[in-house]
Design a binder for this molecule. Structure first.
Ligand SMILES: Cc1cc2nc3c(=O)[nH]c(=O)nc-3n(C[C@H](O)[C@H](O)[C@H](O)COP(=O)(O)OP(=O)(O)OC[C@H]3O[C@@H](n4cnc5c(N)ncnc54)[C@H](O)[C@@H]3O)c2cc1C
Length: 314
């Protein structure tokens, strides 16, 4: 442990759109925030190519470049950005204790959790190789790139159904690959995809390989009942088998739902622990967009500022 423990007013965990936006607001409010980037500086958008739906970029922008802009803007107002992963927290008393890389201990009056979420993948080599070249885990983000084309989507839950319906509005045909003979999705969502003439559900179907050299050209699927393999021509391949919030270190400390998403008090970013706020995908399994993450990042900084003022800590 460091011999002298550092004390900060605002500690931000995570460097995606939520964390950097919280940093911009907190630093402009004179709160001298410290932000730890975690293992993925810039967050999820650093693994994508074009971002076309973030307001303010009329010609679109590459994800990594956009996150560089976020970082520079946060730094411009004095945010201390540090590389490091928060490995442990103790929120049992004020100030809150945060351990970074199992070594450094920091005491913080307020903590903003913006650790995001990670999409679950099938684990195929071709899926990783073609990620961002036709393979995507976000229909709302990338569906538009495949307008008028045929695509496939894997998944059988409510989100998969919702994303399949979203794609059907843009693409010419959507193959929905379902591993079992039934879906996990609610009846109403199942009905919606089953009644959509542009969606063809392939039951008992698993993905063997995504085909294509530099971009997706087809997918080879396997019917686990008939044991037959088959190639389907598609230019987009969407994986909708769920997301995992990066909230493991807060388990049994912060209230979460059954899937590990942090619960916030409606209309705010407050958690069940005083002085701890949560924003972005770590607390949002519904919208999961950069702009909504940034929006809640702004809310978290304002909530932290008001908390500090009420406690006369500023
Ligand atoms: C391939 C892909 C394409 C996408 N395209 C778009 C798009 O076009 N438009 C759009 O609006 N959205 C898009 N999204 C969704 C968007 O990226 C997310 O909604 C957004 O990034 C969420 O922001 P966030 O700040 O909550 O978390 P994230 O971006 O997930 O960032 C989380 C941050 O927390 C850090 N972290 C995690 N654990 C720790 C820890 N223990 N200690 C310290 N730091 C930690 C990580 O290193 C990371 O910096 C896309 C997502 C993906 C995966």
């Amino acid at each position: 442990m460091a011999s002298e423990i550092e004390k900060v007013k605002v500690l931000i965990i995570g460097s995606g759109p939520a964390g950097y936006t919280a940093a911009i607001y907190a630093s402009r409010a004179g709160l001298s925030p410290v932000l730890y980037t975690g293992g993925q500086p810039g967050g999820q958008l650093t693994i994508t190519t074009d971002v076309e739906n973030y307001p303010g970029y009329p010609n679109g922008i590459m994800g990594p470049e956009m996150m560089e802009d976020f970082r520079k803007q946060a730094e411009r107002f004095g945010t201390q950005i540090r590389y490091g992963v928060v490995t442990k927290v103790d929120f049992s008393a004020q100030p809150h204790k945060v351990i970074v890389d199992d070594q450094v201990e920091i005491h913080a009056d307020t903590v903003i959790i913006s650790t995001g979420a990670s999409a679950k993948w099938l684990g195929l080599e071709s899926e990783e190789r073609l990620n961002g070249r036709g393979v995507s885990a976000c229909a709302v983000c990338d569906g538009f790139f495949f307008r008028g084309q045929d695509v496939a989507i894997v998944g059988a839950g409510d989100t998969a159904c919702e994303e399949a319906s979203y794609l059907a509005n843009i693409c010419s045909k959507v193959y929905m690959l379902v591993r079992r003979e039934e879906m996990r999705a609610s009846q109403i969502m199942q009905k919606r995809v089953m009644n959509n003439p542009k969606i063809e559900i392939l039951w008992n179907t698993e993905t063997e390989e995504i085909l294509g050299e530099n971009e997706v050209e087809a997918v080879r699927v396997y019917n686990n009942k008939t044991k037959e393999s088959n190639e389907i021509k598609v230019s987009g391949f969407f994986v909708a088998i769920g997301h995992e919030p990066n909230t493991g270190i807060f388990k049994n400390i912060i209230d979460m739902d059954e899937n590990g998403y942090i619960k916030t008090i409606p209309g705010s970013t407050r958690t069940n622990v005083e002085g701890v706020f949560a924003c972005g995908d770590a607390q949002d399994h519904i919208y999961r967009q950069a702009v909504t993450a940034a929006g809640t990042g702004c809310m978290a900084a304002l909530d932290a500022e008001r908390y500090l003022a009420a406690k006369e800590l500023v």
